[in-house]
Design a protein around this ligand. Structure first.
Ligand code: SF4
Ligand code: SF4
Length: 262
């Protein structure tokens, strides 16, 4: 079973839940928050990495007559054609291949551009994560590359928010755990996340982190409550030191059992 851990709002405890859920239930962990991965802080071990590339256009100006066809077919404004000069902005390019396909003079070659790395860590649990190159317009191609490593049993730490990276990460999962905290802001964002996950037709439930704060989120949510992580200084201290939450094994085993039962 592939279990995605998402939240809507960042900073709600998504990584805390994903790492400890994987650790205490002996499941491979995947960090798809490729713009800011942090599961590796908790999982230290032998590392292997490989670079991931995408195709971007390279213009052979000696063949180009500056007709502007490539600029016109580019939906992302990644090409500017002047009277006697052409510029390609690789950061804006989405690697659709349209410009090279339609160029009447075959002046465009597709070349590899590095977009980031896929890293594997072998430890008590196996972790796979992505690191996006600075300046890349979208993390989705690298997220897809990390997803290719996911087997039939996995915990997936998703990017925060409710936009394309989160959708790409939750899609293809068997279940999604939405993490929230008892605050009005988190309540607002988790409701949006619930709508997104429903639209993807993925089953879901909610884990309340920092349980004990005064805002009553539990009675407001129309979703199964899978578990609660208490609001304790000891948990925050362990997290800040990059430690697994030993002493709270039952909390994370119970959440996993509840997901399986649903
Ligand atoms: S379509 Fe080809 S020939 Fe025309 S401006 Fe672009 S690269 Fe040059
Ligand atoms: S590959 Fe697509 S997105 Fe990139 S420059 Fe060409 S037309 Fe634009």
């Amino acid at each position: 079973m592939r279990i995605a851990v998402a939240s809507g709002k960042g900073g709600t405890g998504k990584t805390t839940l994903a790492v400890n859920l994987a650790y205490f239930n002996h499941i491979d962990l995947f960090d798809l928050d490729v713009e800011e991965p942090n599961c590796h802080i908790f999982v230290k071990g032998r590392r292997e990495e490989r670079t991931v590339y995408r195709k971007v256009p390279k213009v052979e100006e000696s063949k180009c007559d500056y007709c502007g066809v490539c600029k016109d077919v580019c939906e992302y404004n990644a090409i500017v054609v002047l009277k006697d000069k052409i510029y390609v902005f690789q950061e804006l390019c989405h690697s659709c291949g349209a410009c090279s396909y339609f160029c009447p003079r075959e002046a465009i070659e597709e070349v590899d551009k590095p977009i980031g790395k896929v890293v594997k860590v072998r430890s008590d649990i196996n972790l796979t994560y992505g690191i996006l190159e600075v300046g890349e317009a979208t993390p989705v191609p690298l997220i897809r590359e990390v997803k290719r490593e996911i087997g039939s049993k996995a915990i997936i730490d998703c990017p925060p928010g409710n936009s394309c990276p989160m959708v790409e990460s939750v899609r293809d999962s068997d279940f999604c755990i939405l993490v929230c905290e008892p605050t009005p802001f988190s309540y607002h964002d988790v409701k949006i996340a619930m709508d997104v996950v429903k639209s993807l037709d993925v089953k879901f439930g909610v884990v309340i982190n920092k349980y004990g704060l005064p805002f009553n989120i539990e009675d407001r949510l129309d979703a199964p409550i899978l578990g609660k992580i208490p609001f304790k200084k000891e948990i925050a201290e362990k997290y800040s030191r990059g430690e697994i939450l030993k002493g709270y094994e039952e909390t994370f085993r119970d959440i996993y059992e509840r997901v399986i039962s649903l």
